[in-house]
Design a protein around this ligand. Structure first.
Ligand code: PNW
Length: 455
């Protein structure tokens, strides 16, 4: 891996999220989130797994921080569990709940690791879902209030803040496809959720900005990909445009330009749905951000034809269908497409110039095979990191302003609807004993970061 084009001060780090690692779901006044509820739905999660114990990080936090230090990484991106900090989704802060993150931040700083807070990584308090969830406008205001509780407690020590992780997943997987909590399949509600998530982001950004005690970097993290057309047939090009619109521009255009993309609004109108925009919302949503987080895993190819050559479905709507690129896959069945990463980063650089980027997640699940000591020699994951870091370096060499790379994830953890069956960790977790054993890929990233800093 040629690290020579990575800039000085490039961040090297690792990311996690609260529900995926913490466990201790009943500790210190925490109430259920939509994920606790969803995990109880028969068939929702592989194996019937839940986050009840996960990696027991809530109790093992100090030794987990020591592991990050051993890997020589300078940044740790974690998320705060809303139902720990504000158990009813409104009202005053729960001191015991925020206390955990207070100690985590201190522990990180004591090890010279830069804390990066994500305020919302999908664990909405169940009480707020019961009141309507993200399709309800009020949830955006609840989110901004919650954000301020966390900001007031931690902004004396935390310099970098992400409002939402992957609003596409919250809205679409949660409210349209039912694959994630809360498991609803209501398309109009999902489109309302998109707008209210973005509004919540904007409201929180505005208020944090106003209250900031010093220069603080605030942003959002989106999951994005390159949508390739299957051919240069205009029908396929249209399908790729629709996919890119619903996946990426629907989120970034309002944040950067203060308006939703006209073509996507027209696509939605054709589907009979509408974004519930009120006067003044887009000014709030487009509050300037300091950093855009990019989570990248794979890219896809799109066609506008069904297998038997039709261009519309039974409802008369245009076909948007993925077809394989023909590349090898990870254990998630996601194709490995590092050039899609470079193309994405260059597209974002071209369309939203001047916006600093950080890779807030990138990584892969493979079928790890531990030896007798629990050590995983994961050459497949190393190859994934190598090709994707090379893709980042290539984008930088062509003008992208990318400030850092955070690997997903520190630990094997609760992979949402896949439960514990998919392992993304740099560090293997034995879920029987909670033993942690760094994989070969962890040592690879440690050495790479060290080489890049020392060059
Ligand atoms: C991200 N998709 O989720 C999340 O931020 C992590 O919590 C998660 O563990 C990681 O990626 C791996 O899955 C995604 O369907 C989930 O395109 C689904 C998709 C993308 C990202």
């Amino acid at each position: 891996m040629d690290i020579s084009s990575l800039p000085d001060g490039f961040r090297w780090g690792v990311a996690t999220s609260a529900y995926q690692i913490e466990g201790a779901v009943d500790a210190d006044g925490r109430t259920p989130s939509i994920w606790d509820t969803f995990c109880k739905v028969p068939g929702a999660i592989d194996n019937g797994d839940t986050g009840d114990v996960a990696c027991d990080h809530y109790r093992r936090m100090p030794s987990d921080v020591a592991l990050i230090k051993e890997l020589g990484l300078d940044t740790y991106r974690f998320s705060v569990a809303w139902p720990r900090v504000q158990p009813h989704g409104k009202g005053p802060v729960n001191p015991a709940g925020i206390g955990f993150y207070d100690r985590l931040v201190d522990e990180l700083l004591a090890h010279d690791i830069d804390p990066w807070v994500t305020l919302y990584h999908w664990d909405l308090p169940q009480e707020l879902e019961d009141a309507g969830g993200w399709p309800l406008r009020d949830t955006a205001y609840r989110f901004a209030d919650y954000a301020m509780l966390v900001f007031d407690a931690l902004s004396d020590r935390v310099d970098t803040w992400t409002t939402l992780n992957e609003p596409w997943c919250s809205a679409m997987l949660g409210y349209a496809y039912g694959a994630h909590a809360p498991g609803r399949r209501e398309y109009p509600a999902a489109i309302a959720a998109v707008h209210h998530l973005l509004l919540g982001h904007g409201l929180a950004t505005l208020r944090m900005r106003e209250a900031a005690p010093r220069k603080i970097d605030i942003g959002i993290t989106i999951n994005a990909a390159t949508a390739y057309p299957a051919s240069d047939d205009p029908v396929d090009i249209e399908a790729a445009r629709r996919a890119d619109g619903m996946g990426r521009r629907l989120y970034l255009d309002p944040i950067e330009f203060g308006r939703y993309p006209a073509d996507v609004i027209a696509d939605l109108a054709l589907e009979g749905v509408e974004l519930p925009v009120l006067q003044g919302d887009l000014a709030v949503i487009s509050t300037p951000i300091d950093v855009l987080g990019i989570n990248y895993y794979f890219s896809q190819k799109f066609t506008g034809y069904t297998e038997d050559g039709r261009t519309t479905d039974d409802a008369g709507l245009p076909i948007t269908r993925t077809i394989p690129l023909g590349k090898p896959c990870t254990a998630m069945n996601w194709e490995i497409v590092p050039e899609g990463f470079t193309d994405l980063l260059l597209t974002i650089t071209r369309e939203y110039p001047g916006l600093p980027l950080v890779i807030t997640e990138n990584g892969s699940a493979f079928h790890d095979v531990p030896d007798d000591h629990g050590y995983v020699n994961d050459q497949d994951r190393i190859a994934y990191f190598t090709t994707h870091l090379t893709a980042v370096a290539t984008a930088i060499a062509q003008g992208a302003d990318i400030r850092g790379y955070l690997a997903w994830s520190l630990l094997d953890n609760f992979e949402w609807s896949y439960g514990y069956t998919k392992r993304f960790g740099l560090i293997r977790v034995d879920y029987e004993t909670q033993a942690r054993i760094p994989k070969a890929s962890a040592l690879y990233l440690r050495d790479l970061a060290q080489r890049q800093r020392g060059r």
